[in-house]
Design a protein around this ligand. Structure first.
Ligand code: ACO
Length: 320
């Protein structure tokens, strides 16, 4: 017995950073961005805070699931862009919800949300909680160099929350990693101390896009196939695949190799760009609220990201 999803919520900023705006900021073009990534615009937090958007997402998920905050056993918050080093974004959310449950942040970059589900699975198996809230949210815009055209066109802000309850929805889940600093990193810049002079000046993302791309396509298929295998299923048994939204070409390439139809794969990179740990919970909420998720549907979730990390899951949608 592990878990099922009983509620979802999301938080998205209002400001739309379009390719047309980026064309005026760096040497790029709508054509280049659309062809290479599929992205047309991304949302950026201007007046909003992660704290407010996380609270909104959590309240929506709790309402959708029909429970009160005091019933939560854990809050797992996947993010690499929390507002404080301490307290964690999860602790801030617990405080704002008025609950005293265990709360912690998870850093697995774009794979963070699925790592959160993996941790939740273990907690349910150990009988540690009846309900767990898993949030994935980012303010990637604060870690971008808007003079670097290789990275600033890719990312956006926002995320969502899912409420999990003990149940039989989860059919398989797997998380893995392949440590690598060079391919994708955001260093910390520490203040000088009497004993140490800081030499690092960059606290924005640096990425070797081609290497991430290669890793992504392989990891995507490995994770999904491994989970399908464990669940005793094939790709044809999946009603929907909800992949991390990084790049249309990565999603499309994985879809073709799996040999499933376009309708099976959710590809909404165009509207939001890459929201890192936020992308899958955002989509889960959007699909849930628009009535596209029907009871009994089999979902494949898959993500890859900095670390390097990757993860997959097969989940039956059990909600009416
Ligand atoms: N506009 C115009 N030209 C550009 C831009 C831009 N925004 N960015 C790069 N170029 C140029 C490069 O300078 C290069 O020019 P050159 O040939 O004269 O040197 C040319 O375009 C090709 O550059 P590449 O980097 O080889 O382009 P590529 O086809 O690999 O596409 C991209 C780059 C879109 C980044 C792709 O590699 C990719 O999507 N990789 C995966 C990235 C990803 O998913 N990252 C998220 C990781 S998840 C996480 O945890 C944060």
């Amino acid at each position: 017995m592990s878990f099922e999803i009983i509620g979802t919520g999301r938080g998205e900023p209002d400001f739309r950073l379009t390719n047309a705006i980026l064309e005026k900021m760096v040497d790029t073009s709508d054509e280049w961005i659309t062809q290479r990534t599929g992205i047309s615009e991304r949302r950026v937090m201007v007046d909003e805070t992660m704290r407010d958007l996380a609270l909104k997402s959590a309240r929506e998920a709790l309402k959708d699931g029909g429970i009160t905050p005091d019933q939560l056993g854990y809050i797992l918050f996947a993010t690499i862009s929390g507002e404080y080093r301490t307290p964690s974004q999860a602790s801030i959310l617990a405080m704002d919800l008025g609950v005293d449950c265990a709360a912690l942040d998870l850093n697995a970059a774009c794979t963070g949300f699925l790592y959160g589900l993996d941790m939740a699975d273990a907690l349910f198996q150990a009988n540690k909680a009846e309900y767990i809230l898993v949030v994935g949210m980012e303010i990637m815009s604060r870690y971008l160099d808007y003079t670097d055209r290789r990275t600033c066109i890719l990312f956006g802000d926002g995320g969502g929350a899912v409420l999990l309850k003990k149940g039989n929805g989860l059919k398989a889940i797997h998380a893995s990693g392949k440590g690598n600093i060079d391919v994708l990193n955001i260093p910390n810049v520490f203040p000088d101390t009497p004993w140490h002079k800081e030499t690092e000046t960059r606290n924005t993302i640096e990425m070797n896009g081609r290497e991430v791309y290669k890793f992504a396509v392989g990891a995507f298929l490995d994770e999904l196939n491994l989970c399908l295998n464990r669940a005793g299923m094939t790709a044809q048994d999946l009603d929907l695949v909800i992949p991390h939204q990084a790049n249309s070409r990565i999603i499309e390439s994985a879809r073709e190799r799996l040999g499933v139809s376009e309708e099976t794969f959710i590809n909404q990179v165009a509207d939001r760009g890459n929201t890192s740990a936020g992308s899958i919970p955002l989509l889960l909420d959007e699909l849930n609220r628009s009535g596209k998720l029907k009871k009994g549907m089999m979902l494949g979730l898959v993500a890859f990201g900095g670390g390097l990390t990757s993860a997959g899951a097969i989940l039956e949608w059990t909600k009416e």
